[in-house]
Design a protein around this ligand. Structure first.
Ligand code: ATP
Ligand code: MG
Length: 351
């Protein structure tokens, strides 16, 4: 069986360091590992419209931003197919068939959808399209016969629901669809990076992000004003590292080499944490260290992104060619699906 990756992002804003550690960095590693036969990376504009129907210009602008972020982090169009979701009509077609295999109660139980409905204050005004997005996500994954889906932790319920749909479809219509596996970062801090404000998740919709395209001075300012341990008022006091996003970011980004380079009086993060917890280490010093690390990580991304920004016609060509290839692949799967569902009337040649 071919090894295939499908993953993507909603063009609701520029991508941030949460996306980077939660998914983008892993994707680039998988893309370059040579272990996969095909890699598909989707800009999920149709999904973004499910809760932005009145703001199509916002989605359009961010398709460009997300494409630049992809190229900036090192997604290579020679190795990965970058495409736009709405350019693939097979995806909504497949969604329609899957909707018959899922109950309303099952979607209502999806904890990520539940949390997002609450966060967006939808209550009973939730758009049907938004409510059904886990089903359309199952269509996205299975249309490409993905075997691996590298995403952040908030996508776990989506993958579970997708697997249920695959099993139900195969049991009903015969073995047709490929069962995908989620690929999560092995670093716990990367699974769901908290926001600068210490809130549970760095999220474009919550405005608590360090964006991959932020200028160095903005990154520095954001880190300087980050939430830490509110009870750690003076440097000589003992501080808490749990629930302190500065340390969570260090867990996500820092290596022992960073200490050699920027903070040689400590060997590793455990030593730094121990000092903070016993008192005598100020937030300013820890934040300065974090800033150096984040700047070092973002600098090549920013440069590559700026280079692509000067070549927007080429970016459009990459998306056009990627969408053409993705369309071809999805059409093959849909032919199998229609055959299995016995709705391939004109292929059979008789009724
Ligand atoms: P939105 O608020 O519009 O839903 P988002 O910031 O949640 O935006 P998505 O496009 O929904 O971003 O998610 C893209 C990918 O990034 C998914 O795989 C998701 O799991 C991952 N991701 C998003 N936020 C984080 C985070 N804070 N930490 C780790 N991974 C994340
Ligand atoms: Mg999201």
């Amino acid at each position: 069986m071919k090894k295939i990756i499908l993953t993507g992002d909603r063009p609701t804003g520029r991508l941030h360091v949460g996306h980077y550690v939660g998914s983008l960095k892993g994707r680039v590693a998988l893309q370059n590992s040579g272990d996969f036969d095909e890699v598909y990376i989707m800009i999920a504009d149709a999904q973004a419209l499910t809760d932005n129907a009145e703001h199509p210009e916002k989605v359009r602008t961010n398709v460009k931003q997300v494409a630049l972020d992809y190229l900036g982090v090192g997604i290579d169009p020679e190795k990965s197919t970058i495409f736009i979701q709405s350019a693939i009509p097979e995806l909504p077609e497949l969604t329609t068939y899957y909707m018959n295999l899922v109950t309303v109660a099952r979607v209502q139980r999806n904890p990520t959808v539940k949390a997002e409905i609450q966060q967006k204050n939808f209550s009973s005004r939730v758009p049907v399209g938004f409510f059904c997005y886990p089903i359309s996500q199952a269509a996205d994954i299975t249309a490409f016969r993905a075997t691996a889906v590298p995403v952040g932790e908030d996508q776990m319920p989506m993958l579970e629901q997708c697997k249920e749909i695959v099993h139900k479809f195969n049991a009903t219509y015969g073995e047709t669809l490929t069962d995908p596996d989620i690929v999560l970062s092995s670093n716990k801090a990367c699974l769901r990076l908290p926001g600068l404000d210490g809130k549970a998740k760095m999220s474009k919709s919550l405005g608590n992000c360090i964006y991959l395209s932020d200028e160095p001075k903005d990154v520095e300012e954001k880190i300087r004003s980050m939430f830490t341990d509110p009870d750690h008022i003076r440097a000589d006091q003992p501080g808490r590292v749990e629930g302190n996003p500065v340390f969570t970011y260090l867990d996500a980004f820092c290596t022992d080499e960073h200490f050699v380079e920027f903070l040689p009086e400590y060997q590793n993060l455990d030593e730094l944490k121990a000092h903070y917890m016993r008192g005598g280490l100020g937030d300013v010093k820890v934040k300065r260290f974090l800033n150096q690390i984040v700047q070092e990580e973002l600098s090549p991304i920013r440069k590559r992104r700026a280079m692509w920004e000067q070549r927007l016609p080429d970016v459009l060509d990459i998306l056009r060619e990627g969408s053409r290839r993705a369309h071809e692949k999805a059409a093959e799967t849909l032919a199998d699906v229609r055959r299995a569902m016995r709705i391939d009337y004109f292929e059979q040649g008789s009724l």
